[in-house]
Design a protein around this ligand. Structure first.
Ligand code: HEM
Length: 515
């Protein structure tokens, strides 16, 4: 039987010596460091979903003013009373938060309230976020390695619970804790939560594949690639269930606007003004000093020590709004997208699927001068919208992806195997076919995802006559509606060319077989 390693055995062996077998060169793996899942806040069974304990459902008593607003989020939006309620909030201290789950819950709560505050319901956008929201949201996001904007982490990772705590981790038993609007939105989140769960077995299998590569243990490699392939196929099966309970019209007109950010927003061309968040706060929370939860684990205590690689470029501003001078900073952030799923990034990186600079958008500067390139081959990474999405992942999960980039390349190994006839041809054939099955699975996932995006965004954008908010006066519809009619990604991408590029790049990773 091939050796499928337990997380504990992997952890013990996480730093491996150079391979004693010299037949395959493994040139870039002289001193391979293979990441251990638990060092990156990844559960061995449930992957990127927080588990043991699961996400917190309510913050401690001190934070009731936030929780009470969240309880009534939808009614407050409908009544047009959310902004008034937020303006009455006290500025609560975030250092009262203690456990990791409390920080995560605080981020979820502030993200829902913050997005509701900015976009309102059929109201003009709010350009200034009051200090009682802006400062804690910024600090909590900084602590978790996230950004003070709604992200995949807020609406998916930290937002699930199990209906029956002893039941299965799938769509028959997941529930979401919070939405802006109701059931269609809940289903939208549930699908992603269930894809995280379906894909979770791939994560220990990826780590086991890396060990198998270093040990040149082909049976173990085949067995673990099979687990990866099956997980990818399961992700796709879950994703296409989106159609069952998420109505495209409701999604496009009612839900999606709340998930938008302010990076390329025509309504917020300068971004959002965060009252009370001054540039000095950028350096406030170095993880070693202020992040006991992650800092003590030593996640960042390596030579790539770069927990928050994207420092926001901001200036200290005093701006006058409605005759009152307030201090703070304008900040631009993209909105929530499943493109921020660390699972899909991990699969891409582990399989050596490379994404090149997005052709249809202006190339952004590198995320950080220290950001490693796939497998450490070059100092200047190519930047694609997909890479930019990493800014919006929890810090440890982003670090895991960087760690995978520094680990041995499964694809290079498979390629060398195919070109080394001295190896057992039947076995090397099996390895390469299983590797290609993984790549083809990723391609199929992206094909089906394109169809989902066409249904939920492109078709909806074309149906101009069916635009929602018909009860809203023309003037207050204008910009919001114009913007929602554009079939663009939350990061401002030209959607379909970007997604097609991403799909086509996936196929390029296939290894060539003789037959
Ligand atoms: C109604 C359902 C969905 C819609 C409308 C949708 C829409 C989009 C859009 C507009 C993008 C472009 C990038 C961006 O805006 O940031 C994107 C990217 C992406 N989405 Fe979705 N998505 C949906 C469901 C999902 C699900 C369930 C997953 C599964 C995890 C997923 C995974 C991804 C990934 C990985 C990307 C990055 C592009 C890539 O890797 O090829 N999406 N999606």
């Amino acid at each position: 039987m091939p050796d499928i390693m337990t997380p504990e055995s992997l952890r013990k062996q996480s730093r491996l010596p150079s391979s004693p077998l010299a037949k395959l060169s493994l040139s870039h793996t002289d001193d391979p460091v293979i990441p251990a899942l638990e060092d990156y806040d990844i559960h061995p069974v449930h992957g990127f979903l927080p588990a043991d304990p699961p996400p917190l459902q309510r913050l401690p008593e001190y934070f009731e003013p936030w929780e009470k607003i969240l309880d009534d989020l939808s009614p407050l939006l409908i009544a047009g009373a959310l902004r008034k309620a937020v303006k009455q909030l006290p500025v609560l201290a975030t250092d009262v938060l203690s456990t990791k789950r409390e920080w995560q819950r605080a981020y979820l709560v502030l993200s829902f309230i913050g997005q509701g505050y900015v976009w309102g319901k059929n109201e003009d956008v709010a350009e200034v976020l009051p200090v009682a929201l802006a400062r804690p949201w910024y600090d909590v996001a900084q602590y978790l390695g996230l950004k003070p904007v709604i992200t995949y982490a807020a609406v998916e990772l930290y937002n699930y619970r199990l209906l029956d705590t002893n039941g299965p981790w799938d769509l028959s038993n997941f529930a979401v804790m919070n939405t802006f609007t109701g059931p269609d939105e809940a289903w939208f989140y549930l699908i992603s939560i269930a894809t995280e769960s379906a894909g979770a077995p791939a994560l220990p299998a990826i780590v086991a594949c890396l060990h198998a590569v270093v040990k040149q243990d082909l049976p173990a490699l085949v067995a673990n690639l099979k687990i990866v392939a099956e997980a990818i196929e399961d992700i796709t099966k879950v994703m296409v269930r989106m159609y069952e309970k998420n109505d495209p019209h409701i999604f496009y007109h009612r839900v999606r606007p709340y998930l938008a950010g302010w990076e390329h927003s025509s309504e917020l061309p300068d971004g959002l003004f965060y009252e009370g968040v001054l540039p000095a706060r950028e350096t406030l929370k170095s993880p070693s000093e202020h992040c006991p939860i992650y800092g003590v684990k030593g996640v960042y205590a390596n030579k790539f020590d770069c927990p928050y690689p994207v420092q926001d470029s901001v200036e200290n501003l005093a701006t006058v709004f409605a005759g009152i001078k307030i201090e703070g900073t304008y900040r631009k952030y993209a909105g929530a997208s499943a493109g921020q799923s660390s699972l899909i990034h991990s699969l891409d990186v582990a399989l050596g699927i490379l994404h090149h600079p997005t052709k249809s958008t202006k190339t952004s500067p590198p995320l950080s001068p220290t950001e490693p390139h796939a497998n450490g081959k070059s100092s200047k990474p190519p930047i694609n919208h997909i890479h930019e999405m990493r800014k919006y992942m929890p810090g440890p999960h982003r670090e895991f992806i960087y760690a995978l980039e520094r680990a041995p390349s499964i694809r290079d190994f498979v390629n060398e195997l195919v070109n080394t006839p001295s190896y057992d041809p039947a076995l090397s054939d099996e390895v390469s076919r299983m590797y290609n099955r993984c790549v083809e699975g990723m391609r199929a996932f992206r094909d089906r995802h394109l169809q989902v995006v066409a249904t939920y965004i492109v078709v909806q954008a074309r149906k101009k006559k069916e635009v929602g908010h018909l009860d809203v006066p023309q003037a207050s519809q204008s910009l919001r509606v114009q913007q929602s009619l554009q079939a663009r990604g939350t990061g401002g991408t030209d959607l379909i060319p970007f997604l097609k590029q991403s799909r086509d790049e996936t196929s390029e990773a296939r290894v060539q077989l003789d037959i």
